[in-house]
Design a protein around this ligand. Structure first.
Ligand code: HEM
Length: 439
């Protein structure tokens, strides 16, 4: 059996604190200079920026360009898809370093360093194989379908009660967040997740998700470490409980793999962090984005309310294409590669703007139109492509389809009562608040 070992410290070292601010200032200076010199990507770093005009500006430069931020970037569907499927690209350098994980301002990438998301074959093949059986669409529906439906109905009752007492409610904190957290908690096997635990997990997920785009202060660094500490304590408790009393669930499967040498303890912990952070924020944002897209296009909302069971799946898929809750990912060249007319040297990083690829006019007809009955065209890139294709896609779809179907059935008069609140960060994309009235 592998001996568990600590894989993170839960408060920053003095050295990390001392080096953070100069690094933040350097990053800001490079970004500001790049923006002045007309690099579209540098303009994206400003909070609240609409990314789509920037993606258009990028595509006007051609399918691939070298950003002043020091890496290559693409908003072309074809190039994103090609790189994701090309085994000459990986998620680590040829020396095995996870891209950007040595950047003090971006500790979130190091957090899942030992999970499949940041592993190249053969490690990726081994760790993904352990978890895959638990994520098949059929298994998801039969295992979690009823609970997702019941949980969503209960939360909508609560949303209605809140709206009745105060006249308004927040679709994110009263519905999308608790639904997504409860589903991930269910997947991980946490029993009886009360409101306080939902709040804590949501907070940890938000802090860690925002850190993907880089920290802005020492306070954020401390909050990040504290959030990781909180999650790891929860997971270690869960490991102990399942070791004492195994169940037919994902954690027991992962633990068994650790105990027979199929996973290291760090890989086990990293995988749990990935499932929680990668699974909850992205799905809650998907529900928030879908509601905003639908209410912003009233004729589409009307169509959905007329046939919720038939159109909910299309509404989810079109939202994933049009307004993805995960905007981008990274790959690193493992050899010199000729790509879209450029030579990409070994160990260079390419930023793949999946959200830009989803609006590429080369492959999607009228790409800036939101249409829940859209047909034709290739699959969107929002769940990635190739060997790292999102393992949680069936679960995210099932959850979001249930949420939209029930919302449309129960509250056809749903409308916004104010502007949505912006969410920190660029990579995970969705509203922090969506104030709504139900009648
Ligand atoms: C709307 C919701 C979601 C979106 C947009 C999303 C997006 C993605 C993307 C783009 C990747 C590939 C990243 C890359 O290639 O670098 C990925 C991988 C992954 N996702 Fe998701 N995801 C979502 C929900 C979930 C959920 C609910 C779970 C699990 C509970 C999950 C678990 C994973 C895992 C384990 C991987 C790693 C797969 C691998 O590296 O082989 N995701 N996701």
């Amino acid at each position: 059996m592998n001996t568990p070992k600590a894989s993170a410290t839960y408060s920053p070292t003095l050295r990390q604190e001392a080096l953070l601010l100069p690094r933040i200032l350097l990053n800001r200076a490079v970004t500001a200079l790049g923006a002045r010199l007309g690099d579209p990507l540098c303009r994206m770093q400003r909070p609240g920026t609409d990314p789509y005009p920037i993606y258009r500006a990028m595509r006007e430069r051609g399918p691939l360009y070298r950003s002043r931020l020091g890496y290559w970037a693409t908003g072309s569907y074809a190039v994103c898809d090609e790189v994701l499927r090309d085994s000459r690209f990986g998620v680590r350098t040829t020396e095995g370093v996870v891209t950007f994980s040595d950047d003090l301002t971006r500790p979130a990438l190091g957090l899942v360093r030992e999970s499949m998301l940041k592993q190249d074959p053969p490690d990726h093949t081994r760790t993904r194989r352990v978890a895959t059986p638990a994520f098949r669409r059929g298994d998801m529906v039969s295992r979690y379908g009823v609970t997702i439906e019941t949980t969503a109905r209960e939360l909508l009752d609560r949303l209605a009660a809140r709206a009745a007492s105060s006249g308004r409610a927040d679709l994110i904190s009263d519905f999308a967040t608790p639904l997504s957290v409860k589903v991930i908690a269910l997947l991980l096997g946490l029993d009886a997740v009360d409101e306080a635990t939902v709040g804590r997990l949501a907070h940890c997920g938000m802090v860690i998700g925002a850190a993907l785009d880089g920290l802005g202060s020492r306070r954020e660094l401390r909050e990040f470490h504290a959030a990781v500490g909180e999650l790891d304590t929860l997971f270690e408790g869960l490991f102990a409980a399942r070791a004492a009393e195994p169940r037919d669930d994902l954690i027991t499967t992962l633990l068994a793999a650790r105990d027979t040498g199929g996973l290291s303890h760090d890989e086990l912990l990293s995988s749990c962090r990935l499932l929680l952070v990668g699974g909850y924020e992205t799905t809650a944002s998907l529900i928030g984005n879908a509601v905003l897209c639908l209410l912003g296009n009233p004729e589409q909302w009307k169509q959905l309310t007329a046939a919720p069971a038939e159109l909910a799946a299309g509404a989810v898929d079109e939202t994933l294409r049009y307004e993805p809750s995960l905007q981008a990912t990274l790959r690193t060249a493992h050899t010199d590669v000729d790509l879209a007319g450029h030579r990409i040297p070994t160990n260079s990083t390419v930023l793949l703007l999946l959200a830009a690829g989803n609006r590429d006019p080369e492959v999607f007809t009228d790409p800036d139109r939101y249409d829940i009955t859209r047909t034709g065209g290739p699959d969107h890139l929002t769940f990635g492509s190739g060997i790292h294709y999102c393992l949680g896609a069936p679960l995210a779809r099932l959850e979001a389809e249930t949420a939209l179907r029930l919302l449309a059935e129960r509250f056809p008069a749903l409308h916004l009562t104010g502007p949505p609140g912006p969410r920190p960060g660029v990579t995970v994309h969705g509203p922090a608040t969506v104030p709504v009235a139900l009648k």
